[in-house]
Write a protein that binds this ligand. Structure first.
Ligand SMILES: Cc1cc2nc3c(=O)[nH]c(=O)nc-3n(C[C@H](O)[C@H](O)[C@H](O)COP(=O)(O)OP(=O)(O)OC[C@H]3O[C@@H](n4cnc5c(N)ncnc54)[C@H](O)[C@@H]3O)c2cc1C
Length: 388
């Protein structure tokens, strides 16, 4: 018996567990079929940005950035949060209009984002090919952190507060009585609980189907390619060879790159990627599509070796907004999923909000409105345009 069972020990599940325990709910059990952080979390690029188009996502980011800034004080673990900024490049008129609108909205919410001209971009990040770039938005307090350190930090802080994390235990069913949750069935038997949180990442749709709920969450593969060590004294990177290199993104294609240790890492969404759960690396994607886009924007990449790659899963919703809240027809089942490529950066705020919701704090209901699951049924809500 537990007060709360959380399915999934990724960054979302562990942040919710930590926040629940911090609010005094100690009888929390996290069930993870593999090991802590083994899902999308350990495959993620660690990017943390406040540059979103919807107010709801900007608010989640602003709260989360403040949390990442004090992560070590909160959890006792360093997150390796580097606030080198995010530079988002606009190449088409339509993207520029969207970016301008987003910058105004972010500034209205107190975020220090600004628009840069191509000359200002060249000064900030020398070494980019800007021939097709019209402008960019830049926010200096964005950045990136180490995903494994963050999930481990949440996990050890949660355990210190009494949370139990059971690895190697898969949830195979959700127990119901009179449309209310009674617990879960697992590969190690039943566990009763009046509250179950579905934080199963790209597999949240599968878990929801255990109670007959159809969630429009599309798992799809994303890659990260890693170069040979290039951040060194005699570097082929030229002006990009600096410790404070921002994360750079092409708004239109979703191509991005940043520094990771001595290497450059980069990726891009594949518009032809079918829905699926494969995490095999597709080197053909680099050879056929991504390589050209990457070398166009970062010409020096054509002389640099790519030594490794990894692939993980996004959990995309049709409007690129997460699904947060109680399931409509199953009392006690809570959903924290569909993060559409921004689940790592939003994990601190999502953890706080979900914990308060589970513990019955009415104040979070308004915050959750844009993320309600029934928006798909009623066709309402604002879509996020700043997705990668
Ligand atoms: C290449 C790539 C780059 C990314 N870059 C960024 C980025 O820069 N910034 C950002 O914010 N996000 C990024 N993301 C997205 C980010 O990784 C996810 O949004 C985030 O990790 C989601 O965390 P989660 O805890 O919800 O899911 P996961 O980390 O997937 O955790 C879910 C857990 O549930 C477990 N599970 C599933 N089913 C069951 C079951 N039935 N029983 C028990 N356990 C179960 C899984 O094993 C898994 O460990 C990226 C993703 C990828 C793939």
């Amino acid at each position: 018996m537990a007060d709360v069972v959380i399915i999934g020990a990724g960054v979302t599940g562990m942040s919710i567990a930590y926040h629940l325990a911090k609010l005094g709910c100690r009888d929390v059990v996290v069930l993870e079929r593999d090991y802590v952080g083994s899902g999308s979390t350990e495959k993620c690029a660690g990017g943390i940005r406040q540059q979103f188009s919807t107010e709801a996502n900007v608010r989640l980011s602003v709260e989360s950035v403040r949390f990442f800034e004090r992560f070590e004080d909160e959890t006792g673990h360093a997150a390796d949060f580097r606030q080198n900024g995010y530079l988002i490049l606009a190449t088409g008129e339509e993207d520029l209009v969207t970016l301008r609108r987003a910058v105004r909205a972010q500034q209205g919410l107190g975020v220090d984002t600004r628009l840069l001209t191509p000359e200002e971009i060249a000064e900030l990040v020398p070494g980019l090919n800007l021939e097709d770039v019209l402008a960019a938005s830049f926010c200096p307090t964005d950045g990136y952190a180490d995903p494994y350190s963050v999930v481990s930090g949440f996990a050890s802080a949660a355990k210190r507060l009494g949370v139990k994390v059971r690895e190697g235990v898969e949830v195979t069913g959700v127990l119901l009585r009179d449309s209310a949750v009674r617990g879960v069935l697992t590969t190690e038997g039943r566990l009763e609980a009046p509250v179950v949180v579905n934080a199963a990442g790209p597999f949240a749709g599968r878990v929801a189907r255990m109670v007959g709920l159809d969630l429009p969450i599309r798992p799809s593969r994303r890659h990260i390619f890693i170069t040979e060590p290039v951040f060194r004294r005699e570097s082929p990177l030229g002006g990009l060879n600096r410790a404070d290199l921002p994360m750079v993104i092409d708004f239109h294609s979703g191509f991005w790159f940043r520094r990771e240790g001595l290497c450059l890492i980069f990726g891009m969404r594949n518009p032809d990627e079918p829905e699926g759960v494969s995490t095999e690396v597709d080197w053909g994607f680099l050879a056929d599509t991504l390589g050209d886009v990457a070398c166009h924007r970062v010409p020096c990449l054509s002389d640099i070796g790519i030594t490794r790659a990894q692939a993980g899963l996004h959990a995309d919703t049709p409007d690129y907004m997460a699904v947060l809240g109680e399931a409509p027809e199953t009392r006690g089942l809570y959903l924290a999923c569909g993060f559409s490529g921004h689940g790592f950066m939003h994990s601190p705020a999502v953890g706080r909000i979900m914990a308060e919701l589970v513990l019955g704090k009415a104040t979070v209901v308004a915050e959750l409105e844009p993320f309600r699951v029934d928006r798909f049924q009623h066709g309402v809500g604002q879509a996020e345009s700043a997705f990668i």
